[in-house]
Design a protein around this ligand. Structure first.
Ligand code: IPD
Ligand code: CA
Ligand code: CA
Length: 334
């Protein structure tokens, strides 16, 4: 059934997106970041991909099916980024979800804006949003939303955080956006179309050895004691140029996609932390599995994302660490 994706959306660069009645007419105009083109639908409507056929077609040949989705995600992420920027200039309003697990007014405001807009544009789609205001939908499409990835950084005035939004059809991520409103870096990807940073294609790095690599990891705020990561952190620090812990998994993954880090790993991340970043890495030519080499599935217990070239070396060392140290299992459900 034809389904209106969104209408009369005001693009950041004041380009008007008129998807349902006129296709995305001007999104390729000067300053536009998404590059979306009009829908191919003859009546000018963009049809929602039916679960079993068109969505599969979209995965093989994502354009123009995924482009309107990406355009919407970009617009919404930039809007949410504005909210975070605004809140960042105010004294933080912090509450605790756990011992060291924070939530701020900014997380909530950003999520409200994102969920509201996604619901308006895609009323049938499910939304999984970190602060719990999403909802189930009637279709197999699900948005994974982290309204503020890097809350602890944000709450301490450390300018390393982002908005992360991705759309998946079942387990396949179709489009993803990671937006850092401080550096104004907009990372975007749609399946089969490559990854971009501020409209320019990005690629993973060409470094071939772990010893010459800069790595990144993270530690959960939630169930901290259950994470085996400190054991891996120690070894990988001694075997590389260093391991950063920047505090925003979505930006960490975007940095692998942009060739800034050769690898990122973490245990116990949620789907909204990684959905967009995982697509960025894959579309930038990298590889995403777990430490056992199994393809990473959204919500899996651990993620390893690399430039591909150091993947097997990194994995082999992880296996070695896990065999040596009973406190460092390769997979740990937390
Ligand atoms: C956290 C960040 C952090 C990671 C934590 C996440 P949040 O997300 O991505 O880098 O180490 O595991 O929970 O809580 O800031 O959205
Ligand atoms: Ca997060
Ligand atoms: Ca968050």
């Amino acid at each position: 059934m034809p389904h209106t994706l969104y209408a009369n959306v005001q693009h950041k660069d004041t380009t008007k997106l008129t998807v349902c009645s006129a296709g995305i007419t001007q999104c390729t105009g000067p300053g536009s970041r998404c590059g979306a083109r009009p829908s191919a639908a003859s009546d000018g409507k963009v049809e929602e991909a039916p679960a079993n056929s068109a969505a599969r077609r979209a995965v093989r040949s994502p354009s123009p099916m995924t482009k309107p989705y990406l355009a919407a995600a970009i617009e919404i992420a930039e809007e949410a980024g504005k909210i975070l920027r605004e809140e960042f200039d105010r004294p933080p309003n912090i509450a605790y979800k756990g011992e060291a697990d924070l939530v701020t007014q900014a997380d909530k405001r950003s999520e409200r804006a994102i969920v509201e807009r996604l619901t308006k544009y895609f009323p049938d789609h499910a939304i999984a949003a970190e602060e719990g205001t999403g909802h189930e939908g009637n279709s197999e499409f699900r948005w994974h939303v982290d309204p503020l990835d890097g809350t602890t950084n944000f709450a301490h005035g450390y300018p390393c955080f982002c908005v992360s939004i991705a759309l998946a059809h079942r387990e396949t991520i179709l489009a993803g956006v990671v937006f850092d409103p401080i550096s104004n870096e907009l990372f975007t990807a749609s399946r089969g179309e490559g990854a971009m940073l501020n409209s320019k294609p990005i690629h993973v790095s060409k470094i071939e050895t772990l010893a010459a690599s800069l790595l990144c990891t993270g530690f959960p705020a939630h169930k901290r004691m259950a994470s085996p990561n400190i054991h891996y952190y120690w070894d990988f620090t001694l075997r590389s140029h260093g391991v950063r812990r920047d505090g925003s998994a979505a930006l960490d993954l975007a940095s692998v996609a942009a060739g800034r880090f050769e690898a990122f790993w973490e245990f116990g991340l949620n789907r909204w932390d990684v959905a967009a970043g995982m697509l960025l890495v894959e579309e930038a030519g990298g590889k995403v599995t777990d430490f056992s080499g199994e393809r990473y599935r959204l919500g899996g217990p651990m993620i390893l994302a690399t430039n591909g070239l150091i993947h097997e070396e990194t994995r082999a060392i992880a296996e070695e660490i896990s065999q040596r140290d009973p406190d460092a299992p390769l997979r740990k459900e937390t």
